[in-house]
Design a protein around this ligand. Sequence first.
Ligand SMILES: [Zn+2]
Length: 643
Amino acid sequence: MPVNNQESANALPSDAESDGEFNALFAQMLVSAEVLDEQTINSTSRVVQKLGGDQSLFKILEKRGTLSRETFLDCVRSQQPDIPIGALLHQLGAITRGQWKQAEQLRSHSGNLGDIGQILVSKQMLREEQFTEVKAAYSGYQYEEPDIGDCDSVLLKSLPIRLCKLFGFLPIRRVDNGVVVAFESLDRGEARTEAAHCFKTNIEPVLCSGTTLRRAFAAYERQVAPKSEAEQLAAKEGSASAWVSNILKTGIELSASDIHVQPTSDGVRVRFRIDGALRDHQQLPLEQLDAMVSRLKIMAEANIAERRKHQDGRINFEDPETGGITELRASFFITINGEAVVLRVLRNDNRIVELKKLGMGDKILTLFRKEALEAPNGVIIVTGPTGSGKTSTLYSCVQHLNDDTTSIITAEDPVEYQVDGISQCSINAKLGRTYEDSLRFIVRQDPDVIVLGEIRDATSARSAIQASLTGHKVLTTFHAEDTIGTLLRLMYMDIEKFLIASTVSCVLAQRLVRKVCTKCAKQIKPKPSELKQLGWSLDSFHGGNFREGIGCEHCDFTGYKGRIAIFEVLILNAAVRDAILDSNNATDIRRTSQESAGLITLLEHGLVRASRGETSVKEVIRVLPRLSPPRPLMELIRLTGIR
Ligand SMILES: [Zn+2]
């Protein structure tokens, strides 16, 4: 088991130790672990130096799509570099240098008691889960936040729960060589010794946050504890309304996004969706179902006599104790076991950006809507590296399609945005809820639109294509460089060309570029060297208002504030489909797409937005792939409809 250097774990970041030195240490770690080659590291290090200030090597690598957070943390886990944990948190962008210093000062004032993570968490500079994840990697352990529903019930019943509470651990599952157990802390050995003693086998430890453990214990006790007064009353009088009221009240208190009342062959299963995952709440006798559904229908002003059709409704639920009112949207769905009810707890959440505000440009947006999004079927693929905003765009599309006449069902891993009025399912391979499996069931739920979180391999690609062949519109994401690259990667996955050509209706590639700070922007002329890098002649950039930020307090002297998305939209029209069938050649397909389908490349779209002063030419060169020279600016402005 890896051992940490406790002294360095709590070292103060002295002024002599610049960010550069930590960056160099991390660079060394990545190279020696063979995660990245020296050339990539060196070129990135040069960028980091150029950007200067409070820059982290990892954040730049992440933004470039070169290194994911998971891979980076795995590397820390295996390499155990001798650096302070504060440097790691800073590297990950979890805390600023200022917060790090502040936490270290607080720690030294307290006589060096406690660790800096606890201080950061208690001062709300860092979320507990975030710190636990980093601490796990830092100490060489795996990280997991188990839900009581995920835990092996036989293991749970094999020991008194108060013992788990006392030592701060929770058994999750059996594996070939022992039992996976979540610990709040492994700093002292006794919890682990105790767990090994209880299960009489090898312990595979994982770290989880204390809050998760306490939540799991509370949920477990609710499951096994004698029924509450309200429940006893309800059971005695057979009063459906007391059951219903109790369930709604508990669900809302636990911040559930959805409350599921689902009839199964042997009872009524009540579940809550909390933080995107479904959790068992209780199991009720099947005899209760009809009365409960009727009660809910009355509350939702739905037709109580109608038992053969799906219905919708809204409930304004008043908490009998506090008098607080919560709005719920109710959906009654006929299943072979009886009526299933799902209640969506409505909370205001405006994070999803409207499609027309994404900044595609009028012409591209119209093309995308008419030819792809609003077409009755076909696969729409949103592509880009990790952190390029794919999921956010996917949801703008979902939001656009979401109305009372459209049934949208998703399978996601995990559910990142909750949308009112659609059925979202969180994939959990551990519980056997895989993409392929979920998709089989989704198709039986009669959807118009299927959202598949991500195509990861040939199997999920085939699933998406299959769903489209049966007449559904499928929206999904895929990790690829650009639109043409997506088509080629699908071909390399051994997906037959004719299937790709006949089902994929659109590929949308995207990147995020930094936005020029509006407080310190000034007009500039692109440098000849930049034009050369772009492949633009001297007069190609006329008609633009290019800007750069000179740096101010508002933007932390970076010249940039916020990010905007850059798009490349490929519509697969007849000519493009023919090009796919006739050729394996990216250049051919790209040329046909530009000539016949109005394809604007990422680089071209980025340049148009730079010419509007929204981002800089430097940023365009830094982030966007330069596969073919861009067309003259005036032509691009006309083609995109960006004014
Ligand atoms: Zn500024």
